[in-house]
Design a protein around this ligand. Structure first.
Ligand code: PLP
Length: 390
């Protein structure tokens, strides 16, 4: 089934080059740990892919560990900080994170909190941007970790990660950056002068699902979550996902070459959507930053007052073949629909939260697709308002 896809923050389609790279490796089934020639080219593939990822992240290739994706990378980073402490030591330590982190940060931190860790969760401002001074004011002599995402998956708001990294210089506090919505789409730089970990995930930038990783600065000691055959210098055991890595390599090279053009295209598309919405006279409210400097250009978190987002998303899907998300796709796994923890933390009124859609797109999105989306939105919002008697 084909249709129009506006949920690029949940996952992206494979890029044509990524598909080709995977196809070319389909017959190379050898285990990269083998000592024979069949394995050698896979060994080289793994090494070269780390070089490409390092270029995207502005870090060093030797300090990249491949994982099964972003969730594992985030868990590995937190585990590396806390597993070095014994359970009774945990209660002597303190961590800080923002309230808008992804569940793969919030859930492990809450788990450590149950084991005794002191945890401070900082709300963002109404714009969805966390104030780095508020994070720093929460530091106590016991603070060992601050976790902040680089770009929020629901709103696309860019967080002050660079300013925070400079403020933490010399403090010996581990900074973990969940850069899963940023790497491959946004210019990144990983400084080496603080204890730093940064995560990425291939399926957010046109590589396959099931491959991602963790970058760590030279001041960090990684404690493995998975023990076994000693792959990834013993830091992440398990036979490498060579097909995923082949796809990741191609996607990373393309992202490196085209990053700025892609950003520019998304900026143009975002302006175009807003312009078309204005022309259509649909009533809407944009959630998040109004300063474009702090807003990822490929995301709109948008409320249509008086309309239930779930009903609107269903009608867009069933009647027009258009896929949009209600909020974070990752939280859609919960049995009962829950209000977005991100919009709640931003103190958005419930009427805005209940009518909010996340429209996310990419450099492959074209104006004609946006025209179809805006027309469908207009039609279905009118239908739903008529049903509601408004
Ligand atoms: N962190 C953020 C900000 C995300 O958006 C996601 C996925 O949506 C994840 C972590 C989890 O990544 P993965 O799907 O690769 O496990």
């Amino acid at each position: 089934m084909t249709g129009l896809y506006f949920d690029f923050n949940a996952t992206t389609p494979l890029s044509p080059k990524s598909k080709i790279a995977i196809k070319q490796r389909l017959e190379q089934f050898a285990n990269p740990s083998g000592k024979y020639r069949l394995s050698q080219s896979l060994h080289t593939l793994i090494h070269d892919t780390k070089e490409s990822i390092a270029q995207l992240m502005g870090g060093s290739a030797e300090r990249i560990i491949f994982t099964s994706g972003g969730t594992e990378g985030n868990n590995l980073a937190l585990h590396s900080v806390f597993s070095q402490l014994s359970v009774n030591q945990l209660s002597r330590y303190h961590a800080i994170c923002s309230a808008i982190e992804h569940s793969s940060i919030l859930e492990p931190l809450r788990w450590y909190q149950k084991q005794g860790l002191k945890l401070t969760i900082i709300d963002p401002g109404k714009t969805g941007r966390v104030d780095q001074d508020a994070l720093c004011r929460a530091i106590t002599p016991q603070t060992c970790l601050i976790a902040l995402m680089v770009i929020n998956n629901e709103t696309g708001v860019i967080q002050p990660y660079e300013a925070l990294a400079s403020q933490l210089k010399g403090k010996g506090i581990h900074l973990h950056l969940d850069a899963i919505q940023a790497v491959g789409k946004w210019p990144m730089y990983c400084p080496d002068d603080i204890p730093l970990t940064v995560t990425f995930s291939g399926h957010k930038f046109y590589a396959p699902k099931g491959i991602g990783g963790l970058y760590y600065s030279s001041q960090v000691k990684i404690c493995p979550l998975l023990h076994g055959g000693g792959q990834e210098q013993g830091l992440r055991s398990g036979t490498e996902n060579t097909l995923g890595i082949a796809g990741l390599a191609a996607a990373a090279e393309e992202a490196c070459e085209e990053l700025i053009q892609r950003l520019y295209h998304c900026q143009e598309m975002r302006k175009y959507i807003i312009n078309q919405l204005d022309i259509s006279t649909i009533k809407y409210h944009l959630n998040g930053e109004t300063n474009p400097e702090y807003q990822a250009p490929w995301t709109l978190n948008i409320s249509f007052p008086g309309v239930r987002a779930e009903a609107l998303a269903n009608r867009l899907d069933l009647c027009h073949g258009i896929s949009v998300s209600l909020g974070s796709a990752c939280s859609n796994n919960s049995q009962t629909p829950q209000r977005s923890h991100v919009l709640l933390a931003m103190q958005s009124p419930h009427a805005y939260i209940d009518s909010a859609l996340r429209i996310s797109f990419g450099h492959v999105t074209e104006r004609q697709e946006i025209d179809v989306l805006v027309n469908a939105l207009k039609q279905e919002i009118q239908n739903l308002l008529a049903i509601a008697g408004e």
